[in-house]
Every structure is written in C-alpha cells, then in structure tokens.
Design a binder for this molecule. Structure first.
Ligand SMILES: Cc1cc2nc3c(=O)[nH]c(=O)nc-3n(C[C@H](O)[C@H](O)[C@H](O)COP(=O)(O)OP(=O)(O)OC[C@H]3O[C@@H](n4cnc5c(N)ncnc54)[C@H](O)[C@@H]3O)c2cc1C
Length: 566
C-alpha cells in the first residue's frame, strides 16, 4: 500500500467541510486536514437573520447537527475522520514544494503543512465601503455568528430602537424583517433606485418594495450614503439627500471573493475577482482545487457559459462535492449554476432563476417577457395565495432564459421547477407540458408555472397581446389616448380600482354584447384582477374587429403602483 493521499483544505464553513466529509466517505484512507482562521467551523451563516429575528433561541443551533451535536473539530475528527485546525491562518502557498505556510493565531507559531491536493474554500468577505465613520460602534456586518449574537445582545439590552440598513440586497431585506420583528424602526438606504437591484427586474422589485413599506420599512432608494457620524457609537447616517438619526447601522453592500492566497500563488483569477476554475473545480494548477464564494461561476451550459460571481451556500456545498469526487477519481463535472436565489421578505417570498431581462437582452436581443398573476392553489382553498411570475424566453429558440417570482404563495416550488427547466435547457412549450403533481391543497390542475409558460407560448404565437405594467403606466403617463377596460364584476370594482379617469367598466360576461360601445380607433388596454379576463377581453375584442387592444399583464395583482381602494 502507498502513502495516504494528503489533502489540505483552507476554509472551514460550507465548501471546506463538505469537501472533507465526502472525501473521507469516498477515500477513507486519505489524510484530510481543514484549517480555519475563525474559532468556529461549519456554521449556518444563512440562519443568522432568523436568529436575530428570534425564530430560534440558541445561536449554537447554527453549529449543531439536527441531533443537537456540536459540529466542532472533535466531532469532525471522531465522526467524519478528518482533522480541523481552528484559529489557524494560511499565509501562503508554495506550489513548488506543495506546502502551505500556516500560523496558529493564538501562539503566533508558524509551520509548513504539506499537501498532495490543496482545496481553497476561503469564501468571501463583506465589502467595507470607504465611508467616514464606518469604524464607529454599533455598525454591523452580518457574516459570522458573533455578529448576530452581539446584535441580539445589544437589542435585548433595550437601548437600540432605530436601525439604518445600507444595501437592499437579500441580506438587507432579511435583516429588515428581523429588526422590525424585534420592534425597531428600520430605514433601508440603497444607491440604486430599487430593492434587490442585482437580482430582480424593476416591476418585481416594485412589488417587493410596496410590501416592505406596508410592513413599516422606510425605503430611501436612489440615495448614496456619504458618512456615518457619532460619538463613539453611530448616531447619524448622512445620505446625499438627508440625515437619518439612528442607533445602529447594518452594512450589506455585497461581498468580495477571498482570492489573495490564490493570486499570490500565481493561480489564474478573474480581473473582477474570484479564482478561475474548470468544471471539476480545478484551478490553473491541477493539484489545487477551489470552490464556494472564492471562485467565479459559470451559467449552466444550455444558456451560455458566461462567467459571473454569485456567492451562495447552495453552490458552495455542490462545489465541495465536485471537488471530493474528482480527487477520489469519480467523474462528476459541475454543470454550472443558473443564479437561483430565494429570499423571505415578511409575508412575501422573492425568487429568481436564470437571467434578468437586462442580462437576457445582452445575450439575445430577441427576447419576450410575460408577467402572470394568479393563485398557487384553487381559489376555494383557504390557503390559496397569490403569485406573480415574470418569465423571459428567447423568441427564436423559445427556450426559457429567466424567471422571477414574488408572492405570498408557494414561490419556491415554482422557482425550483423553473430552475430545473433552465438546467435542462427546456423551451417554454415543454414547461407547459411537464407532468406536475396536482391536488387542491398543493396546486391547480395546471400549475401556476405551467400556466405562466402557456401565457408565454400564447404571446410568442401572437395570440396573447400583453404589455407589462411598466409599459402600461408609461403609456398612461405619456398622455396616450387610451381606454382602460376593466373586465371585472361591479362588486369587485368597488373594492379596488386603477386611479385613472379613462377607466371603462364592462364585465367580461357582457363584453360580447357591449363591445360596440368602444371606439375602434382608440387604443384599449384591458385588465381585471389577474388579467385572465383581461386576456379574454383582448381576444373577444380582436374577434369583433378591434386591432389596437392589449391587456395589462398580471392585472391589479401585479400592478406595482398606487391603487384606489374602498
Ligand atoms: C446572513 C447571510 C445569509 C445568507 N443566506 C443564504 C441563503 O439563504 N442561501 C444561500 O445559498 N446562501 C446564503 N448565504 C451565503 C452563504 O452563507 C455563503 O455562500 C457560504 O457560506 C459560502 O461558503 P464558503 O465555504 O465558500 O465560504 P465562507 O462561508 O466565506 O467560509 C470561508 C472560510 O474560510 C476562512 N478563511 C479564509 N481565508 C483563510 C485563510 N487564509 N486561512 C484560514 N482560513 C481562511 C474564513 O475565515 C471563512 O470562515 C448567506 C450568507 C450570509 C452572511
């Protein structure tokens, strides 16, 4: 028998422990060492906002197995069979000698650890904006259990009442909910003029913003923070438009890949940041692997191999598996990612997979989009909740390019169907035909994602002529001489209406007889609650010889602007 394979892993949160655990299952004789400069390994960073919110009482649960056993170095040694060295930092890699110089942080002692295969799972670090005052007290980044623990400690001490969150990405939104649930007044400042600017298209982001405001989050969109001020602790946030008094600041403006070790070792990295890897997660040195937040990802093959940086725990764990498999001689390439992300925002779930509309247009100028609104279950079911789905497809190939979903209903099921479809390069016609499970507690006979795909098919085929709410608003605001045809029942119209004078009510059931009341030369925009009847009204009017008719996609459910109620 030869010498055991020595595998050294740098980084001990998601990708590192996943690699180590699988490797020991595949190659029990290998000698695996994981080093981590922090004091904890294998913690669930994704659970931090929910701890702050108070959903579970002990932060230790983030570093425990479901059976309540701590994922400590001793646990990993005993149960998984690999060594973890905490409070140990990797200083540099010597690729010639195949060693890594490490320092034990508590003693300052340095030594060289040898490897046959090296794995870089060094993750990412929060971007620290170069603002005056960022080093004041009560300024947090949410990255490590210590951040969440200290924040909760300060809040429960009872002296933090107002919070300013800088950045309206998913961590900012999850933290806004957490802090509101803790009773704080929350203002969110975002330099872009919408929430989740890297993730959601404008009309979907507007719906999310509407909900955040309803939940008491003040949004300062399109504002740049210029300074934090205070005496010891932060007391004020200055933006280019106003001054916000505050007791705490939480900065969530993105992360940067920790690729310095790799760069200094001469490994190929992207000029924008991130280690470049192949589909087996090998770097430009085949004996050095990298995965998780420190690498550049690729979109799944059916769309394009475009490179991009999207750091997620889901990907980090899959990279760990790929690395272990390849080291163990199993051929299981990583297919790439489709940027699938899902996030809770109070009563809403926000999700996205594939490309946004802007990204899709950069790849393929000939795209089509639709917005579909409806319920996730039959209307008679008490748990039926609305969903709004935006779908983007190529006109030429009819392949799905991207999906965004927002709603109180089960977003993640539909998002995962869409992600699967994207992964396999499905056309929208195929999505409409997938054999999805149906029973009233779970879905409609034709599930929401399939119905959205049918709408896309109808639009691509020229049957459905929909326009987005943004386009409808643009036409209305531009003073176009349009008729807004509301196809709902009189009772429905009493509770909620579009706030415009040029609205005409003709219930769908009466439209065939009353179509002649409408002038043929004017542009007509039809709608209803979700625009199913709006779409049918468009077809009825087309049949009656009206050509200038479109329906407002998603109807009032997806209308992201003000509505008149009561
Ligand atoms: C609040 C929050 C919520 C999140 N929610 C989600 C979510 O809902 N879904 C999702 O998919 N993702 C989520 N994420 C992202 C997810 O946590 C990360 O993608 C994941 O942790 C990345 O894992 P990683 O192992 O690549 O890197 P990291 O978690 O960054 O770990 C890398 C480790 O390497 C160590 N290290 C770096 N350099 C060295 C060195 N030179 N020597 C020794 N050690 C070193 C670091 O100390 C660090 O502990 C969330 C993140 C946060 C912060």
């Amino acid at each position: 028998m030869g010498e055991p394979l020595r595998v050294l892993i740098i980084g001990g949160v998601a990708c590192g422990p996943k690699t180590a655990s699988r490797l020991k299952r595949l190659l029990p004789d290998s000698e695996v060492t994981m080093i981590e400069r922090g004091k904890l390994v294998s913690y669930g960073a994704c659970g931090l906002p929910y701890y702050v919110e108070g959903m579970f009482p002990r932060i230790e649960e983030l570093v425990e197995t479901p059976a309540g056993i701590g994922r400590t170095p001793a646990f990993f040694q005993k149960v998984k069979g690999f060594r973890s060295l905490v409070r140990t930092e990797a200083l540099r890699i010597d690729r010639e000698r195949k060693t890594v110089r490490v320092m034990t942080l508590d003693s300052g002692k340095e030594e060289d650890l040898p490897y046959d295969r090296l794995v870089l799972a060094t993750g990412s670090s929060p971007v620290r904006p170069p603002l005056p005052g960022v080093d004041l007290g009560n300024v947090w980044y949410m990255r490590h259990p210590d951040d969440a623990a200290s924040l909760v400690e300060r809040i429960t001490a009872g002296n933090l009442r107002r919070a300013v969150l800088i950045g309206a990405g998913y961590i900012g939104i999850e933290m806004a909910e957490a802090l509101r649930e803790r009773g704080l007044h929350v203002t969110m400042v975002e330099i872009f003029d919408q929430v989740m600017p890297q993730t959601l298209d404008r009309e979907v982001a507007l719906l999310a913003a509407k909900h955040l405001r309803e939940k008491g989050v003040e949004l300062a969109l399109g504002e740049r923070v210029v300074a934090l001020e205070g005496n010891g602790n932060v007391g004020l946030v200055r933006t280019d438009k106003r001054t916000l008094p505050t007791d705490l600041v939480l900065i969530g403006v993105g992360v940067r890949p920790n690729d310095t070790l790799a760069r200094e070792a001469g490994l190929v990295c992207s000029p924008k940041g991130g280690i470049v890897i192949n589909s087996f997660c090998q770097t430009s040195d085949p004996d050095i692997y990298a995965g998780g937040d420190c690498v550049v990802n690729h979109h799944v093959a059916p769309i394009t191999r475009k490179a991009f940086f999207i750091p997620l725990g889901s990907t980090s764990n899959k990279h760990g598996r790929t690395i272990a498999d390849h080291i163990a001689g199993l051929a299981s390439p990583f297919a790439g990612i489709s940027a699938t992300a899902v996030c809770k925002a109070f009563d809403l779930t926000l999700g996205r997979t594939g490309f946004s509309e802007r990204e899709a247009r950069e790849l393929d100028p000939d795209i089509e989009t639709i917005i579909w609104a409806g319920a996730d279950k039959p209307h008679y079911f008490p748990q039926s909740r609305p969903l709004i789905i935006k779908m983007i497809a190529s006109r030429r190939s009819r392949k799905l390019l991207g999906v965004q979903i927002v709603g109180r209903g089960d977003v993640s099921k539909r998002l995962d169907v869409a992600a699967t479809a994207l992964f396999f390069g499905a056309t929208v016609d195929q999505i409409g035909n997938i054999d999805l499970g149906y029973a009233p507690p779970y879905s409609s006979p034709i599930d929401a994602i399939a119905t959205a795909a049918h709408l896309m098919v109808n639009k691509l085929d020229g049957i459905a002529r929909g326009i987005s709410p943004l386009e409808a608003k643009r036409r209305i605001d531009a003073g176009n001489d349009v008729i807004l045809l509301d196809a709902r029942t009189p009772k429905e119209c009493q509770s909620m209406r579009l706030p415009y004078e040029n609205v005409v009510h003709i219930p769908l059931g009466a439209l065939r007889e009353r179509a002649s009341e409408l002038p043929k030369e004017k542009e007509i925009l039809t709608f209803c609650k979700a625009s199913m009847r709006g779409y049918e009204a468009q077809r009825i009017l087309n049949g009656a010889g009206y050509d200038r008719v479109s329906f407002i996609e998603g109807g009032l459910l997806a209308w992201p602007f003000e509505l008149t109620t009561g």
